[in-house]
Design a binder for this molecule. Structure first.
Ligand code: FDA
Length: 508
């Protein structure tokens, strides 16, 4: 790296230019706001009062990326790495306490190379899920990858935190299917699985983004799916009691179905004519007849009819569930409506009683602009040890709950009302969900659980910060938290890669 010593923040541009990195934008550039806002998914963090970066750097190669990291450090700027920009708390493009920072946006590092001999893919981290799925579908209609359903989510963030998708009951998480990775560390070194060492390779597969360095690319194991699979979306409307009965019964079905089945529930807040609505999303890795016979037998209350079911290829189902009109739309990374939102998550380990589900549906029906999504676990998810990778929510978890509220710009004056309602609903749910600690999914990031305070000297890189971070770190990682803090000390002992909920280094 060509550099002058200790450049001030304003010198990031001369450092980048003198090192051949040309694609970046400064606050005074006409392109700055467009680039910065391009992938901000949660508009709460696009508001004028939110801290803005000293530069947005868009590396075009691994070397550019390495130089961007070094120039940011040389200019004493904090680093925020962004792949798809879907962080629920905006951690890829904001800082706390007005710390000056640079956004390193990986949008141009989005190449996907599928190897049909080994059924693997090398994917640059800036690719979206849609771009990955599209490339897989172009290569072989019988190959797939288990990750999320929203096509604009970035590979960099989702794989770093786990990555649950519709075929995870069969093939586990995205992070469970990582075979290798290239990590750029805080000194700009590019490390592969061998050179980063076992503890760090363990940590980057589910330990959350933003703590370890920048994952430049992942090597993924692709999985085989049938040529045709079955999908359905079912809406149901009825009294609180009727909807509660369906939810209650689902708890004894969704997590226990064969691994080929995914059957989730979505329940929005509000009522219409006194009735509540819910919807089921189903995907079965098999033909219609198989789906019908199993669901008829296990869940007759669902009232599934053969006409509700469609057969299609896995890649077509991905486009359908992403709400896209064609498979080719998967490769368009800027699709999708943006909104103001706040989310939280839980895990359920024992079925909620019938009375409990009635109470929950009643509470929901009185809420503003929100929803819950219940995702069934078990299957392959439960057969993997809780310590295999940092994501610990394995055997014993029946399903996850994702709570959300969202609103539009016109309603911004009501933001605190919506978020306040979400927090009180979450408090209300405490008796029904996992305890000691109350678990959460790191990809559904929630700063209400607690935050680092790097400005406090006793809470900097000392072990005091680890004790502080354990309070929420154990919610995300259970017993894996301390191992993560030790891995952090190995790869980034001076805590260059930090954010409000990053893993602090445990010095020992
Ligand atoms: P973003 O770019 O904001 O990054 C998120 C975090 O990872 C930040 O801390 C960032 O610094 C860090 N990071 C990003 N790239 C990195 C890299 N290359 N190396 C190191 N750190 C990096 N989850 C799920 O499991 N299943 C699902 O189906 C969905 N669906 C879904 C839909 C929608 C609309 C949203 C908004 C979110 C989801 N999620 C999800 C949650 C999603 O997995 C989570 O928000 C991811 O962190 C998003 O990754 P991005 O790269 O898009 O975010």
């Amino acid at each position: 790296l060509t550099t002058s010593s200790a450049q001030p923040a304003s010198n990031i541009s001369s450092c980048l230019l003198s090192n051949g990195v040309r694609n970046f934008s400064l606050p005074e550039s006409p392109s700055y706001a467009t680039l910065l806002n391009s992938s901000i998914q949660n508009l709460r963090f696009a508001l004028p009062n939110v801290s803005k970066p000293a530069a947005v750097v868009i590396p075009s190669s691994k070397v550019d990326l390495q130089r961007a990291i070094l120039c940011a450090r040389d200019s004493s700027l904090a680093i925020r790495v962004r792949s798809g920009g879907h962080s629920y708390e905006g951690l890829s493009y904001t800082t706390e306490n007005h710390v000056s920072f640079v956004v390193v946006d990986l949008m141009n590092l989005n190449r996907v190379q599928v190897d049909m001999v080994s059924n693997t893919a090398w994917v640059e981290s800036g690719a979206t899920l849609g771009e990955l799925y599209h490339a897989i579908g172009q290569s072989n209609m019988s190959l797939a990858f288990p990750a999320g359903s929203c096509s604009t989510v970035g590979i960099g963030g989702i794989v770093s935190g786990g990555g649950f998708g519709l075929i995870s009951r069969k093939f586990a998480l995205a992070a469970d299917n990582v075979l290798d990775a290239i990590l750029i560390d805080s000194n700009g070194n590019a490390l592969d699985r061998g050179s980063m060492g076992g503890d760090v390779f363990w940590a980057i597969r589910g330990g959350g983004g933003g703590s370890w360095g920048v994952v430049y690319a992942w090597k993924l194991r692709l999985v085989h799916v049938p040529h045709n699979i079955t999908v359905f979306s079912l809406g149901r409307t009825g009294t609180v009691k009727h909807i509660a009965k369906l939810m209650h019964k689902w708890q004894f079905v969704g997590p226990y179905l064969p691994d080929e089945f995914y059957l989730s529930i979505y329940i929005p807040t509000g009522t219409s004519n006194g009735n509540v609505s819910m919807s089921f999303t189903g995907q079965v890795l098999g033909p219609k007849q198989y789906a019908m016979s199993v669901l008829h037998h296990t869940f007759p209350e669902l009232g599934l009819a053969e006409s509700d079911l469609s057969e299609m290829s896995w890649i077509e189902s991905i486009a359908k569930f992403a709400g896209l009109s064609s498979v080719d739309d998967l490769s368009h990374r800027w699709l999708g409506a943006k909104q103001y939102s706040k989310s939280k998550s839980d895990y359920v380990r024992s079925p909620i009683s019938m009375q409990g589900t009635i109470n929950i549906i009643k509470y929901l029906s009185n809420g503003p602009q929100g929803s819950i999504q219940l995702d069934p676990y078990d299957g392959a998810m439960a057969r993997i040890e809780s310590s295999k990778i940092p994501f610990p929510h394995r055997a014993g978890n029946l399903y996850s709950i994702q709570y959300g509220v969202s609103w539009h710009a016109l309603d911004n004056g009501q933001a605190e009302k919506y978020i306040g309602w979400l927090r009180s609903f979450y408090a209300y749910m405490a008796p029904y969900v996992s305890k000691n600690p109350r678990a959460a999914y790191v990809n559904y990031l929630d700063l209400d659980l607690g935050t680092n305070n790097w400005m406090n000297a006793t809470n900097g890189t000392s072990n005091g910060s680890v004790i502080h971070a354990r309070s929420w770190g154990r919610s995300y990682f259970l017993k894996n938290f301390d191992r993560l803090a030790r891995a952090k000390a190995k790869i980034d002992p001076t805590n260059v890669f930090n954010n409000a909920q990053s893993i602090p280094p445990l010095q020992y």
